[in-house]
Write a protein that binds this ligand. Structure first.
Ligand code: ZN
Length: 154
């Protein structure tokens, strides 16, 4: 009898969009996604034990990723959860806004483009971050609604 085992099986878990970021590789400014990447010990090609976990922020355009600390991940996971709740209509925009402001209080989680500074003049940084994020989320919600409609048409 022989045993087949390996250490190279990887799985990606997508947690949702977190904040806008300009990508150093493709130079697009988009809503980046939070991921967990696990590497597994496999037995007969079946993943048995995850032996390494990496936390990643990923550009949705070119899939360029940054490895972040677990601590940073825990912080951003709450933002991703909140955004997913809004996208899936589990909370309304007011509740989302209040939660995001609470989560990002005192933190500069966004890098944002100077071209937009006029559009958002007179607003605090938290409000600017929030408004820019809302534009992206609105788009994601419209996409989700379209996808749902297409599914129900079939
Ligand atoms: Zn990119």
């Amino acid at each position: 009898m022989f045993i087949i085992f390996g250490f190279n099986k990887q799985t990606l878990t997508k947690h949702g969009p977190v904040f806008r970021n300009r990508c150093d590789r493709c130079n697009n400014e988009e809503l980046w996604l939070l991921f967990t990447r696990r590497t597994w010990f496999t037995l007969f090609f079946i993943p048995v034990i995850p032996y390494a976990t990496q936390y990643l922020l990923v550009c949705p355009i070119c899939s360029y990723g940054l490895v972040i600390t677990r601590e940073k991940f825990e912080e951003l996971k709450k933002v991703a959860d909140c955004n997913m709740d809004l996208i899936n209509n589990r909370i309304d925009e007011n509740e989302h806004k209040n939660r995001i402001i609470e989560l990002t209080k005192g933190r500069n989680t966004n890098r944002y483009n100077d071209n937009d500074s006029y559009k958002y003049s007179g607003k605090t940084e938290t409000q600017i971050n929030y408004l820019r994020q809302m534009e992206e989320i609105q788009r994601a919600r419209e996409e989700a609604a379209r996808a749902e409609k297409n599914n129900s048409d079939v």
